[in-house]
Ligand binder design. Structure first.
Ligand code: MLT
Length: 311
């Protein structure tokens, strides 16, 4: 009997293949390259992706045997869920696999900005010993504003307690009891923007959240504020960020995600007080292993016609 075919459209942890086991034919392709993806998806039963593969209506229409789209990560914004549902294709993800990694990268970026680590590193390697130029700021007693107090936001809040920061959060879906449990003060978005010394955003990408930090939001921030985005490109409007940096409306930014990925030469990369990383939030051995194993198990269950439990 022919084995069901599982297409790995991006580089996934080797644990993914181990967890799939011997019952499948495994194929690989570069899902970011449409000319490879569309023919490759045509006759597979399941596809496994990270964030670079767009499983949109066109790809789903090309996939005549497809039963499962598995996203080895949290965000489902690269999958057309409506088109999948209409085609009877199940969509699964791994919603907790990389939340610790994303939270830790956020803390890393906050500390990196506070202490100018990236800029000082670049200067020293270029032969410049400039101690006073890179005088930083402590986190101690500073206000950190978290936009979106979901799973990742809550982990960040817990980790920030160790630095004895004051944590503000904006999240219309979080109760004050939950905020109190996390030792976080719930505030309006405007209050958060006006009062925070560090602002970090952890929202999903939806039509409502795209561009939510734009020119108006930057105008409300302190000119000593630092901004971090490891969530999704475009939550912070890239042109507004560029203008805010140019006009000294903020002290700096750390950006891990971009409207267009890959992006290697955006105008705001030129600022010394901007740190950029290439969408590394989920890129740890642990997160990739957890994501791969989680979606491999879901694919096994789904292709066996069994119930896939909520992760
Ligand atoms: C996510 O949404 O989980 C991350 O963007 C995952 C990834 O980088 O693959």
């Amino acid at each position: 009997m022919e084995k069901p075919v599982v297409l790995l459209a991006e580089e996934l942890s080797p644990a993914t293949i181990d967890a799939l086991g011997p019952d499948f034919e495994i194929r690989q392709t570069d899902g970011a390259d449409r000319s490879q993806l569309l023919p490759a998806i045509a006759d597979v039963d399941a596809i496994l992706v990270r964030s670079a593969t767009k499983v949109d209506a066109e790809a789903i229409a090309a996939a005549k045997k497809l039963k499962v789209i598995a996203r080895a990560g949290v965000g489902l914004d690269n999958v057309d869920i409506k088109a999948a549902t209409q085609a009877g294709v199940m969509v699964v993800n791994a919603p907790t696999s990389n939340i610790i990694s994303a939270a830790e990268l956020t803390i890393g970026h906050i500390l990196g900005l506070a202490r100018n680590i990236a800029a000082a590193n670049a200067a020293l390697k270029a032969g410049e010993w400039k101690r006073s130029r890179y005088t930083g700021t402590e986190l101690y007693e500073k206000k950190v504003g978290i936009i979106g107090l979901g799973r990742i936001g809550a982990l960040i809040a817990a980790r920030l307690q160790a630095f004895e920061t004051q944590i503000l959060a904006y999240d219309p879906y979080v109760t004050s009891a939950r905020a109190a449990q996390l030792n976080v003060k719930l505030v309006s978005l405007d209050e958060l923007l006006e009062q925070s010394d560090f602002i970090t955003i952890h929202m999903p990408k939806t039509p409502e959240t795209m561009g939510m930090i734009g020119a108006e939001a930057f105008d409300k921030m302190k000119d000593t504020a630092y901004v971090v985005n490891v969530a999704r490109g475009g939550l912070i409007d890239e042109d507004a960020l560029h203008t805010a940096l140019k006009e000294g409306k903020i002290a700096g930014a750390a950006i891990d995600v971009f409207v267009k990925e890959p992006s290697t030469d955006l105008p705001f990369f030129a600022f010394d007080n901007v740190v950029v990383t290439p969408h590394l939030g989920a890129s740890t051995e642990e997160a990739q292993e957890k994501a791969g194993i989680s979606v491999a198990k879901s694919v096994r269950l789904a292709l066996a016609g069994e119930l896939v439990p909520d992760a």
